[in-house]
Design a protein around this ligand. Structure first.
Ligand SMILES: [Zn+2]
Length: 98
């Protein structure tokens, strides 16, 4: 599965940037003001290239943050909830057959 280049969540149209690395070992980042989602292809700590599934998981993780932000939901900044939710979302999407 390819990463989209743009995606709309509510009234925000996000641009998705695949970047090589993000500081502090982060795999992804969402900026609600700039309406951008950065997804790293390599670890900034070890230099290791992330697996395709890890990159996709990062994208769905950041998108989960963006959806919760759009909902004005208090869990938007609850990393444990976002991690648990988005990892299940990633697995469900990967298992989908058409
Ligand atoms: Zn997060």
């Amino acid at each position: 599965m390819k990463l989209p280049t743009k995606i709309r969540v509510g009234r925000r149209l996000y641009k998705i940037n695949q970047v090589k690395q993000i500081a502090d070992g982060l795999m992804g980042e969402v900026d609600y003001e700039l309406k951008q989602i950065d997804v790293a292809t390599h670890s900034s700590l070890s230099g290791r290239r992330f697996k395709r599934e890890e990159v996709m998981d990062t994208f769905w993780h950041e998108l989960t943050h963006a959806i919760l932000k759009d909902m004005n939901h208090p869990y938007e900044s609850n990393e444990k909830f976002v991690l648990e939710f988005s990892s299940r979302l990633t697995k469900a999407i990967q298992s989908a057959r058409f």
